[in-house]
Design a protein around this ligand. Structure first.
Ligand code: PGA
Length: 252
């Protein structure tokens, strides 16, 4: 059985005090000792204070991005070791906003995945098609291309530590989530290509999150699907009660 994993991607939202209030709210609202892995991914300037506020809780910390080099003259960038140093366990890589707004390629994402795994971070690797690609019937090709490109050269042993997030671009921040059937179809395909690339044991172990307009009122039906192992939540992760309700849906 794969342990469900719900992560909140706060994106470029929250002030410092909002971030700390949100952590306080989550510490109170989240069920204790449950069977779900939970993480929050605040803006990187707030990672350290959020890590301090999370101390003693079971909520993990993740970053939203990193650079693949381990150090040096890379103005504005952060290394995997730096993220670990401030308490991160996870890092979101290849989010569609980074692919489409900031121009990251599969090769860029792949270099980051290797650096994260080498350092001991768990990468949450995002894949997903645009509306145009879906309407052109290219969803499975695009998702496979991003999957193989982003995980090129990853060993079988490392692959079992990776988390995949299927996030259709048209569902992100739009209020229009993929239906459970649409999501399950892609998740099932991803499970299949995981097996072909890394073997059945790894495919069985790797968690595939769904992301894109996940909310308290649609989480349960999405998470009920056999290949949907969790959620990467944007907007709805910014309110403690709503995020806790999604975690609750994953627990039951
Ligand atoms: P959303 O964002 O939940 O606001 O659609 C999801 C994401 O981008 O990770």
């Amino acid at each position: 059985m794969r342990r469900p994993f719900i992560a909140g991607n706060w994106k470029m939202n929250t002030t410092r005090s909002e971030a700390l209030d949100l952590v306080q709210g989550l510490r109170q609202a989240l069920p204790h000792g449950n069977s779900v892995d939970v993480a929050v991914c605040p803006p990187s300037v707030y990672l350290a204070p959020v890590a301090a506020a999370l101390e003693g809780s079971a909520i993990g910390l993740g970053a939203q991005n990193m650079y693949h080099e381990s150090g040096g003259a890379f103005t504005g960038e952060l290394s995997a070791a730096m993220l670990l140093d401030v308490g991160c366990r996870y890092v979101i890589l290849g989010h569609s906003e980074r692919r489409h707004i900031l121009g990251e390629s599969n090769e860029d994402v792949c270099r980051k995945v290797h650096a994260a795994l080498t350092a001991g971070l768990i990468p949450i690797v995002c894949v997903g098609e645009t509306l145009q690609e879906r309407e052109a019937g290219k969803t499975s090709d695009i998702v496979a291309e991003q999957f193989f490109g982003s995980l090129a050269g990853v060993s079988v042993a490392d692959a079992s530590r990776v988390v995949i997030a299927y996030e259709p671009v048209w569902a992100i921040g739009t209020g229009v989530n993929a239906t459970p059937e649409q999501a399950e179809e892609v998740h099932g395909n991803l499970r299949g290509i995981l097996a072909s690339r890394f073997g059945a044991a790894v495919a069985d172990q790797v968690r595939i999150q769904y992301g894109g307009s996940v909310k308290a009122d649609n989480a349960a039906e999405l998470l009920a699907k056999p290949n949907i192992d969790g959620a990467l939540v944007g907007g709805a992760s910014l309110k403690a009660a709503g995020f806790a309700a999604i975690v609750q849906a994953a627990a039951s």
